[in-house]
Ligand binder design. Structure first.
Ligand SMILES: *Cc1c(COP(=O)(O)O)cnc(C)c1O
Length: 378
């Protein structure tokens, strides 16, 4: 990624570049970790408390509760709202495993609906037909860092008096009509998995909400149902965010907006460079500021293209190759091929190109050259 790199003849493009992220903030991060080591407040220490305040302020929510993963953030939010056995939760068929699994884990029944082919997020016109008297919540997923159609989702939720819990695990800093992802519903879950837009040095997550009683319940749930040391009011779990991870995240949070802007610049560069390639580029809905967690294009002959790109030193990914309803882990949902045609067609056509804040113009040209050469051959 240095200026001296000769993109023509050497090197390869990185799909993500966590080492470059660390390098930019190396001294600050090392010092922050060292301070935790010196204090020894490893569990629910001062960095966790301060990071919660800072992340809530960033999202413009009243509260944030640090947990051990995005999965836990989703599950504990649903539990805090007392969503459980007998309840149904509507979410998108085109998502990561954890969205659906966390709904199942709190005891509720996930109800999948297909996505819109342009935004690739939940298709609002399919939500109401999927609702029953058991529906308690809608979980829109801001997939690839592009917020779902929250105007429509909110309208439906208000009309039926159900909750909206955002899966914002890929959308730290994204905006919908000016408001941050995380502030668009009754609660929201974020993941700090290392490769997310805001990543820790291990697992981590956070749940945000404006409601004081939900904040309180989340604090109990993540910490063994405990309201005071050795006093367990309710059944709880061990799902806390480590102080060391919080310390790292506190250093990185002030740089998140710049990193997201760099991702948007990479996306603009792809848009120009790929204009004459036979691929469908990601679209941004009106009023949305996406954060490009992933840059996912669509094409025919995806598998052949991916393997030829790999041979040219361009790594790619598939997010996701097998839809939730076709996964062996979810046969209990009793769904099958043909149930979600848009999601199924995406699974065959999508290709995630290298996307991170350090993708250079040379990298983008290299990807575009590769795609052009391949389509000439094909
Ligand atoms: C990463 C992710 C999760 C889960 O987060 P973890 O921290 O890995 O548990 C949930 N939903 C989506 C859409 C994600 O991308």
């Amino acid at each position: 990624m240095t200026d001296a790199d000769d993109g023509e003849s050497s090197g390869r493009v990185n799909f993500v570049d966590l080492a470059a992220d660390y390098d930019l903030l190396r001294d600050e991060i090392n010092d922050a970790i060292q301070r935790v080591l010196d204090r020894g407040d490893f569990i629910l220490g001062q960095d966790t408390t301060l990071f919660e305040l800072e992340f809530a302020e960033y999202c413009a929510t009243a509260f944030a509760v640090g947990v051990d993963s995005g999965f836990s953030a989703l599950e504990l939010l649903l539990r805090a709202f007392e969503v459980g056995p007998g309840d149904e939760v509507v979410t998108a068929a085109n998502t990561f495993y954890s969205t659906v699994r966390s709904i199942e884990e709190c005891g509720a029944t996930p109800v999948l609906v297909d996505v819109d082919p342009i935004s690739r997020t939940i298709d609002p016109s399919l939500i109401e037909p999927a609702m029953t008297h058991r529906t308690r919540a809608i979980v829109p997923v801001h997939l690839y860092g592009h917020p779902a159609d929250m105007d429509a989702v909110t309208r439906i939720a208000e009309a039926h008096n159900v909750l909206v819990i955002e899966d914002a695990c890929q959308a730290h800093g994204a905006r919908h009509r000016g408001a941050r992802a995380g502030s668009l519903g009754d609660g929201a879950a974020f993941s700090f998995y290392p490769s997310k837009n805001l990543g820790a040095f291990g697992d981590g997550g956070i749940a945000v909400t404006d409601r004081p009683e939900i904040d309180q319940r989340l604090r109990e749930l993540r910490n063994l149902g405990s309201v005071a040391p050795y006093q367990h009011e309710r059944r709880g779990f061990n799902r806390r965010l480590d102080s060391i991870q919080a310390a790292v995240l506190r250093v990185k949070l002030p740089h998140l907006d710049a990193a997201n802007e760099a991702r948007r610049m990479v996306a603009r560069n792809y848009e120009v460079a790929l204009a004459d390639c036979e691929v469908a580029l990601p679209q941004t809905a009106a009023g949305v500021e996406p954060v490009f967690h992933l840059y996912v294009v669509e094409m025919k002959n995806r598998d052949a293209v991916a393997s030829r790109l790999a041979a040219l030193g361009v790594p790619t990914g598939l997010h996701y190759p097998v839809p939730i309803h076709l996964q062996p882990a979810f046969t209990s949902l009793r769904l099958g091929r043909g149930d979600f045609p848009v999601t199924e067609s995406l699974a065959d056509r999508i290709l995630s190109l290298p996307m991170h804040p350090h993708v250079t113009l040379e990298d983008v040209d290299r990807v575009a050259d590769g795609l052009r050469r391949i389509s000439n051959v094909a």
